[in-house]
Write a protein that binds this ligand. Structure first.
Ligand SMILES: C[S@@+](CC[C@H](N)C(=O)[O-])C[C@H]1O[C@@H](n2cnc3c(N)ncnc32)[C@H](O)[C@@H]1O
Length: 426
């Protein structure tokens, strides 16, 4: 049987399964209408329907690419960045909020509100419509689609779209220039982001000096880290915290932001004590936001993770979304700062991406593979940092100190992040 026919059978079989589930549960059939659900309305815990959904998404992508053909595929792949430009226009000119959630507006009204020409607003929105952002129900009238309405309804997603299409787009455009100028650099001050926006200054330092951008960046990260496959519940439910809970142990969350992960852990594991460490400003926010009933068990501490770890003899030193921001040089430096504090058997637990190992079958799941590989390039362009696979994690710990033993990673089905574990064995 031709692969195209095989794929269309996969699509048909699984779409029928999904449709039957939707009908049986009185769920609205997926549509692009503005009042349709903004997320796939089946919980991630429903493995059968989520597996069917994934099968359809992967098969439709493959069928699409097969029928487009290699030459056409390459031609249009090479200019996929124009989608970014129309998103940048939407976020810069606040277009999602200028279009009413029900009803329509005109290109002329949008042009007046943004002090841009009608011609330019029209061409940018008409391009966005080809990616199902907005609709034009009749010529000259603009209405929301489900996807464009996300940018009006979800401020965190609007921040994500703004940061990606603005700051990150610029960084991506200069990433190869940075590689040519400073080959194999491990310095964030030499990365594409720095070249594009703040020559000689690392991204986080530059963002820290701009309160408006810092707030937007924080909201963008909130959108990503709460998004599908990145939920905090994966690490709360996916690691053996009970072993620490049983003995009333201590966990240090390094770069723990406002302590929201520790708050979730503290609710589930009543005997664990926590120290959340971050920069002073973030720690101040964490203290203000900490639920009163958890204050006794969650301590907040300003600490720079490139300096010696002040909390001795904890059971677990936890890093979430920290290591992928570090090149090997800085990752090794960060891990070495733990050593004076570590007791034998102390664990280092990392919740971060773990790059898949490429097997003989190639990439079985291009949906997640593309996201994780894009995240890896993001780290390159923003910070000269990187995502890691098991071999890279092994190397990082070995380079930090041979007394660290990397134990490997687990990744629950549905999670886009791995849980990596190392133990201190002096
Ligand atoms: C990507 S966020 C991850 C936050 C949190 N762990 C999470 O899971 O969402 C990186 C965090 O590291 C903090 N950070 C950056 N540089 C730091 C440093 N040198 N010392 C301590 N914290 C730092 C930032 O303030 C931020 O909260």
């Amino acid at each position: 049987m031709a692969r195209t026919v095989e794929l269309s059978n996969i699509i048909s079989e699984n779409t029928n399964k999904i449709d039957a589930h939707f009908k049986a549960n009185d769920l609205p059939t997926p549509s692009f209408d503005v009042d349709s659900p903004l997320d796939f309305p089946v919980p991630i815990t429903n493995v059968e329907i989520q597996t069917a959904r994934r099968a359809v998404v992967l098969a439709t992508q493959e069928l699409h690419d097969l029928l487009v053909g290699p030459r056409e595929h390459v031609r249009w792949l090479s200019w996929s960045y124009w989608d970014n430009l129309s998103i940048q226009a939407i976020t810069t000119f606040n277009l999602a909020n200028l279009v009413p959630l029900s009803g329509t507006t005109t290109y002329t009204a949008l042009a007046t509100a943004t002090s841009q020409s009608t011609t330019n607003i029209k061409r940018l929105i008409r391009h966005a419509i080809t990616a199902r952002l907005f609709r034009e129900p009749s010529p000259g009238l603009v209405a929301h689609s489900a996807a464009s309405s996300v940018l009006a309804r979800d401020p965190q997603m609007a921040a994500w779209a703004s940061v990606c299409s603005g700051q990150f787009f610029g960084a991506a455009a200069r990433a190869i220039d940075s590689m040519v100028a400073t080959p194999s650099s491990e310095e964030p001050s030499e990365a594409g982001y720095a070249l594009a926006h703040c020559p000689g200054v690392p991204m986080f330092q530059s963002i820290g000096k701009d309160p408006v951008l810092a707030k937007r960046f924080g909201a963008a990260m909130g959108s990503l880290t709460g998004g599908e496959g990145y939920e905090v519940s994966w690490v709360v439910d996916g690691y053996d915290w009970e072993a620490v809970n049983k003995k009333g142990g201590l966990v240090v969350d390094i770069g723990g932001s406002t302590g929201f992960v520790c708050a979730e852990l503290a609710k589930k594991f009543p005997n664990i004590r926590f120290v959340v460490q971050d920069m002073q400003k973030t720690i101040d926010m964490g203290i203000a936001q900490c639920p009163p009933e958890l204050k006794e068990r969650i301590e907040f501490q300003a600490h720079d993770f490139y300096t010696e770890q002040p909390v001795k003899d904890a059971d677990i030193y936890f890093f979430r979304w920290i290591c992928h921001n570090q090149s090997d040089k800085y990752g090794v430096k960060m891990m070495r700062q733990l050593i004076p504090a570590l007791k034998p058997g102390a664990k280092i637990v990392i919740h971060d991406n773990c790059l898949p190992v490429v097997g003989e079958d190639g990439y079985p799941d291009l949906w997640d593979e593309k996201i994780t590989r894009s995240m890896d390039l993001t780290m390159l362009a923003l910070l000269n940092a990187k995502e890691r696979d098991d071999a890279d994690w092994t190397q990082l710990f070995a380079d930090a100190d041979p007394r660290f033993k990397y134990l490997g990673h687990t990744q629950p089905e549905g999670s886009r992040m791995g849980i990596m574990e190392a133990v201190w064995m002096p």
